[in-house]
Write a protein that binds this ligand. Structure first.
Ligand code: ADP
Ligand code: ZN
Length: 752
């Protein structure tokens, strides 16, 4: 009696699951988690086996009508059983379809099956001619002899066909064909594993001797790892000030887990997943370098596929990656590390809207393995979880070698502006003087600019006209290099006007400033300093960021100007001064996390100063010097900040005391979006379960984006489950017009 497989079909917008018969010859090999080829309405399709139903669970008439599975896409299941359970958890918690969840768990290239591995033609020296034959060949056909000589010297006596015929070697196809006919070479296909680190050498780095504080933190972690397997240990929140040696602890904990024959996953924020970070891990595990897989969004599809398969084949036991690496199919997992756990980039802003850190905790629970969440400025969510006993707290309060925390000076820019009535000063006189001193001593400076929402926009001083994007509710940003106005949301661009399009005045000017403007001011003030700028505009070219950072590290640059991109993780021992040009930008956004983000950012940025022998100094320019986020950051007082901020959150009933979900309705038709949301809102309200609160329907803070109008209601609930169930019940019971999109963002981070 054949078994029946429940197969979830790929590519559908909502879940399509059908039953298929398991053919006899594949009886033992088709398991839950296998990718299979199946007929669907007489067309070939691909799907994932969600479950196998044993014979006897169903009646025969139904069985008789089923079609058999046509074949396997991969020889083995591509999801491990805990990952399967995690997929269910995600679908329920974040209100996403199973299909959407699987789509984000398995890289696109890997979904298509093994056939997508890269095949290259290679030319192999099959029968090496003896010297006599070789001489004869040389007289008859010199190029053929050259090719033989070339192949003789190559490792494995072979070369890629494309390289041989390429522009530097220039062997012709006829030369190769002639040698092939003579039986001297052979041309064949070879599967190539694309290694993003190909050609790089890693010098092994040894474990450092931990200082006493690290030692005791490490000990606690080893204990947790020890109890894993039987029961899930509590996740550990490792709060360690910047430069306290957290990474060294991760490395040694991973080593410990690997020695036990288990695997590890390390999540790092996308932005700090630079080659330096990856290298640190590759170096430490140089002896088992091939066992380290790197997963992030800048890899090519092919590279990602290969790295992922290395994990699946158990060749790689350590995975380092951005948020989606939490789905890496590492089996027998011993440890998950989430570095910079407070980072908002762990939250995915498309369906399924999961949070990588929260999934690390879920996966740790399912796999009964240890989880470390590390940060200098933990998220208030995690801090609260320590308070409620869900997480265990481990702290590092000293920097390595007791280096002092940098001195932070706060400059009131309102006073500076009064001194300088010509417009907003970019550089206060204190910062300028500090820079002069540091540069004179041959030290390096980082200038940090928080650009969110305060880029240069075009403003008419006569009529108040502001150049806005026609598709989004956002001012356009002026880019001087191209003399264009560009929308930072949708990319819409147009030539910058010379006169105000409304009133025709020529006095149209720029409000605010961006990194470009800062760069030109800095170049003119410090005319013999070497200046470089890092932001998304200058870093479009692949590898550019690495080059600039490398030059800075090698002291070929004196002043580095940049946005968020340079705030994290980098280690520049010669940087002794960090200037924060506009600290309060992030404070004036309509978001209850604004203060938390500002505190985190200032602390991270300050952490870049004084990581070497010389003490560091930070100058923070702000229009609101007394804001708590700025004052607590100035005193390096995380606990003070967290305590005060949590009190406010509790009083105003915000996360982490409640779960918050944003329900957004989008459409190109404004009325339809508004009307749909009103209907939805009425339904949600009618049977609102006890304890759930909701706002009235409102325009989203960003009311229009990419031509879509957006309206939203925000809901809060002590229980995410209860809120999710209510939302699902109401939304599933309604049908929405085709051009209206309804989304739910559970535990939302982006409120606009
Ligand atoms: P964090 O991750 O907490 O910011 P890192 O792990 O990057 O800190 O450590 C900061 C610097 O201190 C690194 O250069 C690291 O190599 C060094 N370091 C860490 N632990 C030790 C140790 N036990 N002995 C000597 N140097 C150490
Ligand atoms: Zn736009």
């Amino acid at each position: 009696m054949p078994k029946v497989a429940k197969v979830l079909i790929d590519g559908a917008t909502s879940d399509l699951q059908f039953d298929y018969l398991v053919p006899d010859d594949l009886n033992d090999r088709i398991l839950a988690g296998c990718r299979v080829r199946i007929p669907l309405r007489n067309r070939p399709a691909i799907g994932t086996v969600m479950a196998i139903v044993e014979p006897g669970d169903a009646d025969d008439t139904w069985r008789g009508k089923l079609k058999p599975i046509a074949g396997l896409v991969d020889q083995e299941p591509i999801l491990t059983p805990p990952l399967f359970r995690m997929a269910d958890w995600i679908a329920d918690y974040y209100l996403a379809s199973r299909e959407a969840v699987l789509r984000s768990m398995i890289p696109q290239a890997a979904r298509a099956g093994e056939g997508t591995e890269k095949i290259r033609k290679i030319v192999v020296l099959k029968t090496d001619p003896d010297s006599e034959a070789f001489d004869a060949l040389g007289k008859r056909a010199k190029r053929q002899a050259d090719l033989v000589t070339y192949l003789r010297e190559r490792p494995g006596q072979q070369g890629f066909l494309a390289d041989l015929t390429g522009s530097s070697l220039r062997f012709g196809r006829p030369t190769i064909t002639a040698l092939e006919k003579a039986g001297i070479v052979e041309v064949r296909d070879e599967t190539v594993a694309r290694d993003p680190f190909a050609g790089e050498e890693f010098l092994p780095s040894d474990s450092l001797t931990l200082n006493p504080e690290q030692e005791s933190a490490f000990h606690r972690i080893i204990e947790a790892i020890g109890t894993a397997g039987e029961q899930a240990p509590s996740p550990i929140l490792l709060r360690g000030v910047t430069g306290s040696g957290k990474t060294e602890i991760y490395l040694q904990a991973i080593q410990h887990v690997i020695d036990q024959g288990r695997g590890a996953i390390v999540l790092v924020p996308e932005i700090s997943l630079t080659p330096q970070t990856a290298d640190r891990f590759k170096q430490r595990f140089a002896a088992i370098q091939k066992q380290v897989a790197i997963l992030h969004s800048h890899l090519s599809q092919g590279e990602r596929h290969d790295e992922w398969r290395k994990v699946l084949r158990r060749e790689a036991r350590i995975v380092i990656g951005a948020r989606s690496a939490i789905f890496a199919p590492v089996d027998n997992l011993g440890l998950i590390v989430v570095d910079e756990e407070h980072e908002n980039s762990y939250k995915q802003e498309t369906v399924p809207r999961y949070h990588g850190r929260d999934l690390a905790v879920v996966r740790g629970h399912l796999e009964k393995c240890a989880v470390i969440l590390g940060s200098a400025t933990p998220s208030l969510e995690s801090w609260q979880n320590v308070d409620s006993g869900k997480y265990e707290l481990v702290e590092l309060n000293q920097r390595i070698d007791d280096r002092a925390m940098p001195l932070i000076r706060v400059i009131d820019m309102k006073l500076e502006s009064r001194k300088n009535p010509g417009g907003p000063a970019i550089l206060s006189s204190k910062l300028r003087m500090a820079m002069e001193e540091r540069l004179a001593d041959g030290e390096q400076v980082i200038l940090f600019l928080n650009r969110r929402g305060f880029a240069r926009s075009m403003l008419c001083p006569e009529c108040g006209f502001v150049a806005e994007c026609p598709h989004c509710d956002l001012a356009l940003t002026f880019h001087r290099e191209e003399d264009r106005l560009i929308c930072h949301l949708c990319g819409h661009g147009r030539v910058a006007p010379k006169r105000c399009p409304e009133c025709g005045t020529r006095a149209i000017t720029m409000a605010g400033y961006g990194t470009e403007k800062v760069e030109s001011v800095i170049r003119s003030v410090f005319d013999d300093a070497r200046v470089a700028r890092v932001d998304t505009d200058t870093m479009r070219r692949k590898g550019q960021l690495q080059e600039t950072l490398k030059a800075f590290k090698q002291r070929k640059v004196d002043i580095l100007i940049g946005t968020q991109m340079i705030a994290k993780g980098h280690h520049f021992p010669n940087v002794t001064l960090v200037g924060v040009l506009n600290a309060d930008i992030g404070l004036h956004v309509p978001d209850f996390r604004a203060s938390e983000r500002t505190f985190q950012l200032l602390t991270q940025v300050a952490g870049r100063a004084g990581r070497g022998e010389i003490a560091g100094e930070v100058v923070v320019q702000t229009f609101t010097p007394h804001a708590p986020a700025i004052q607590f950051a100035r005193h390096h007082d995380f606990i003070g900040f967290a305590t005060q901020e949590l009190e406010m959150r509790e009083q105003f009933r915000f996360p982490p005391f409640l779960h918050l979900a944003v329900v957004t309705v989008r459409s190109v038709h404004k009325e339809r979006a508004e009307f749909t949301l009103q209907t939805l809102h009425r339904r949600l309200k009618r049977k609102l379960p006890e304890g759930i609160q909701m706002t009235d329907p409102l325009p989203s803070p960003l009311v229009r984006s990419h031509d879509q109008w957006r309206f939203q209601v925000t809901m809060k609930s002590p229980s995410a489950r209860r809120l999710g169930r209510h939302l699902k019940e109401i939304i599933d019971g309604l049908t929405f017009p085709e051009d209206v999109l309804v989304t739910v963002d559970m535990d939302a981070y982006n409120l606009s």
